[in-house]
Design a protein around this ligand. Sequence first.
Ligand code: FAD
Ligand code: AMP
Length: 479
Amino acid sequence: MSDKYDVIVIGAGPGGYVAAIKAAQLGLKTACVESWTAEDGKQVLGGTCLNVGCIPSKALLEVSHKFEETAHHYAEQGIMVKDVQMDVAKMMERKAGIVKQLTGGIAGLFKANGVTAIQGHGKLLANRKVEVTANDGKTTTYEAENVIIATGSKPIEIPPAPMTEGYITDSEGALEFTEVPKRLGIIGAGVIGLELGSVWARLGAEVTILEAQDSFLPAVDQQIAKDALKQFQKQGLNIVLGGRVTGAEVKRKLVNVTYEDAKGKQELKVDKLIVAVGRRPYTDNLLSEDSGVKMDERGFIFVDENCKTEAPGVWAVGDVVRGPMLAHKASEEGVMVAERIAGHKPQVNYDCIPNVIYTAPEVAWVGKTEEQLKAEGEAYNVGTFPFAANGRAMAANAASGMVKIIADEKTDRILGFHVVGPQASEIVAQGVIAMEFGSSAEDLALTCFAHPTLSESVHEAALAVNGGAIHIANRRKKK
Ligand code: FAD
Ligand code: AMP
């Protein structure tokens, strides 16, 4: 049987489902193929992000943060609470409920917009034909004017730490623990390792994170990363830098982890081990030999700046292509591609994609770091403002961290916007908007911010770029 569509999307994560909805909104006959199947045999939409990524991790981060606050930081604010208990099963049940609601919501949006959801594994053949293999093994081939590949990514596994049921797991398993492990090991101090480590440490686990690299969060502005590291260590997270894991073995119900650091061979015994060493593009059994789509040397589908692959009419978006593995980046690309197929000419501004680490304090940034600008030989000015001098942050019992703004020395145009501190994930949006509008630090400095708000730290950091912050000692730069 052959069914023809204007657009077939393979994968219903934030790249794929958003592309499908946008294409349908633009009047294109659209189908979205998704293989994820629930235990009851029903199709699961939403991809990694909604099912085992952004959303469930944030559900656990929010709850564990509240628990930790209540158990350890309420008394200092005059709230006396006795016997604070954690019901892990209830927390997990709530998380599952949120996931169900959101994934069900996508099914509703597909219906409302007229997107046909096709259940099964999609494989791209030559000439924009897509072969879908259903769960019962039956195959159907569909044809499309355009195909959008949005098959996402999977956790990387490393030979020294093979997945072992009940003991060694990836991020997906770490979102499903049924109890708080007494001792938890994590390989990789990246975004996922830090977020998952925070969840279980707040609930009482003794957490050790082993990171092969000597520097902490090398992609983050190092002034911000150093501040964050200090605060994570103060919370009790044991972060071992320069510790490369060489083996992990389950013995007598414990995981014996071996790693090497500057001092030589080391050992760590934990009850559970999470492997969080990054993700790889997912393209298993996706492309026929004659599909015309090419990969780059790291296994990502090769695309140009507009997400076009080497095969005419075939596009690819999200984690399966170059660029940061972020849900909002995937969605931006999905919208751009749908609009391009409809004949518009939008572009994604890759310079203005925010990054967030949802720890406490949160770390968030957009644009360039000082290290990047130095390497590029750019001249710049920096303004920082600490939350310790922000009244609202003090009132919220969260007066740590800072806002840091980096601006071009000549033009004053904002080049980088970095936050470590309370609600950094929300505050960074101000930097994104400013940078999208080509704002100078002075534009922000001339803007009126409500008092008392955390955002006043943005105002003060912008003022500080030229030495004009009010609530810290700084000297105005000579012009
Ligand atoms: P995915 O979401 O991976 O979706 C791909 C879909 O394609 C899947 O549903 C898969 O089943 C389907 N598929 C694959 N191959 C086929 C095929 N051949 N046929 C049919 N279907 C197929 N990002 C953020 O921006 N913020 C966060 O806070 C955040 N937190 C995260 C926390 C964790 C623990 C993890 C693991 C990730 C997190 N991410 C976060 C990353 C985010 O989840 C991804 O960047 C995002 O999901 C990528 O979207 P995507 O559409 O490219 O791919
Ligand atoms: P991210 O890609 O941001 O999720 O981060 C993954 C982290 O895992 C990186 O910082 C890697 O340096 C780290 N990593 C990879 N392999 C190992 C290993 N064998 N031991 C310790 N850390 C590792």
